[in-house]
Design a protein around this ligand. Structure first.
Ligand code: GLY
Ligand code: MN
Ligand code: MN
Length: 461
């Protein structure tokens, strides 16, 4: 009995050790059931087609120098963060006359195709999942029966087999106007599918995915909040260190260091630190110049935490005191921002078209307060949109004319840019839409003139 229990104990120990050795490095992500529910919801939305989505690949051997980052839609649906994977999702076949109908009821509805392990490549980029190891199904949430893990070599045959049952084939298609689409990635993958199925009707699943991604889950909100907290720490550090004579890149570096130490291991976008005339360049990111006393500086800088972005801007006086004109413009932008934020609730829209949209509230405020150097209203100097959704990507898929719903995370970021006065002001905060209004996620980060001035001048009162 005793010997048996020692043996059992040893066996358990060895299994635990093996699991430890075989488990890939932990990353913070949501439970596998969350991703599974998202896949199921997508299959429910796109019942007339087979869905095939490609994950990103990485460069081989010593060429893999940049950190791997999964394609956002792929990550949203799988939480799988390693190169070379492909996802196939098949809704149930309802047309009993389809020759595929009977076979389809016995096939998995979801397949994650993974490349075989490659020990040479793993020397450069570390261990990967083994498609032929039964433990991979549990780790990835592709449980046997309903779902499956297969080697990538099975991809073509499986696509051909499943495609018999569906009139359409959904995959990301190249889009000229989308920032998030890296067109060549989408084009290459679409071409691969055309080679496999030359007559398939290719459709883009983006709008279905966008509707899903716009409503954040509890787990996503935790990660977004963490990105916001780290990024606000970066802004506070910048406020405390700011002084004339520093270079823009020094402040950018301090902010990245600060949010990096807090767990945001990437920037959510190229940091924008634009002082003086550069404060009027919307996405200035050279960050190369010295900041002078009397300048304003726009800091549009934020980090990404476990794939989720923040997006925050503050505009600060480099020497700790706004000039009267800078303060006047700053307070108009702040007034517009507060008016728009106060109006955030379900049913409103961000877009320009609706006469009662959040954009119009901010625009009307700016256009009816203050004047330019020629005595003209300031509305025409608010030269960009009011905001956008934020999530896996800083400019998350956004239907700007659509109505806000609880669970959406947005920026509200009015600005006024007056190049002839070397004066640009943008203030950008993040809000979560709730059932009856909103929560200001960036509340902790000061925006009021006196508070901001006090922090820069480090005066305790
Ligand atoms: N940081 C880019 C933007 O505010 O949209
Ligand atoms: Mn933004
Ligand atoms: Mn921004």
């Amino acid at each position: 009995m005793r010997r048996n229990s020692i043996t059992a104990c040893l066996r358990r120990g060895v299994i635990a050790l093996l699991l430890l050795v075989c488990t890939l490095p932990a990353q913070e992500r949501e439970p596998v059931e969350v991703y599974q529910a998202r896949r199921e919801a997508l299959r429910g939305r796109l019942q007339d087609g087979l869905i095939v989505l490609f994950g990103r690949s990485d460069d081989s051997g010593p060429g893999a120098l940049l950190p791997f980052r999964q394609e956002n839609n792929f990550y949203y649906l799988t939480g799988y963060n390693y190169p070379g994977a492909v996802l196939l999702l098949a809704p149930p076949v309802e047309n009993r006359r389809s020759p595929f109908w009977e076979e389809s009821s016995r096939l998995p509805r979801e397949i994650l195709f993974l490349p075989p392990r490659d020990r040479d490549q793993e020397q450069w980029t570390g261990p990967k999942s083994d498609p032929y190891d039964p433990a991979t199904a549990a780790q990835t949430g592709f449980a046997a029966g309903f779902a499956a893990i297969k080697g990538i070599e099975a991809l073509e045959a499986e696509i051909r087999r499943y495609a018999q049952g569906f009139p359409n084939l959904y995959t990301l298609l190249p889009e000229s106007h989308s920032e998030e689409t890296e067109s060549s990635f989408a084009r290459e993958n679409a071409e691969k599918l055309r080679t496999i199925l030359p007559f398939a009707k290719l459709r883009d699943p983006r709008s279905a995915l966008a509707s899903q991604r716009q409503i954040k889950s509890e787990g996503e909100l935790k990660l977004v909040r963490k990105a916001v907290e780290c990024s606000m720490d970066g802004h506070l550090a910048a406020m405390r260190e700011l002084r004339p004579g520093l270079f823009e890149y020094e402040i950018a570096a301090l902010m990245q260091y600060t949010f990096g130490r807090a767990g945001c291991t990437r920037t959510a976008y190229g940091p924008i630190v634009g002082s003086g005339t550069r404060s009027t360049i919307l996405h200035y990111n050279r960050n190369s110049e010295r900041m002078e006393s009397g300048d304003l500086v726009v800091l549009d800088v934020a980090g990404e935490y476990a794939h989720y972005a923040a997006d925050i801007t503050r505009t600060l006086p480099v020497n700790g005191r706004f000039t009267p004109r800078q303060r006047e413009i700053y307070e108009i932008v702040l007034g517009a921002q507060k008016a728009a934020i106060n109006a955030v609730k379900p049913g409103m829209s961000l877009g320009r078209r609706d006469s009662d949209s959040l954009f119009q509230i901010a625009y009307n405020y700016i256009n009816t307060h203050g004047k330019d150097s020629k005595g003209q209203p300031l509305g025409k100097y608010f030269t960009h949109g009011l905001g956008h959704h934020v999530g896996l990507y800083v400019h998350d898929p956004s239907n700007l004319q659509g109505r806000l719903e609880p669970g959406m995370v947005l920026t509200i970021e009015p600005g006024i840019y007056l190049p002839e006065e070397n004066l640009g002001v943008r203030i950008e905060d993040m809000v979560l839409v709730t059932q009856d209004g909103h929560v200001l996620l960036t509340e902790r980060l000061p925006r009021e003139v006196e508070e901001v001035e006090r922090l820069i001048r480090k005066s305790p009162d």
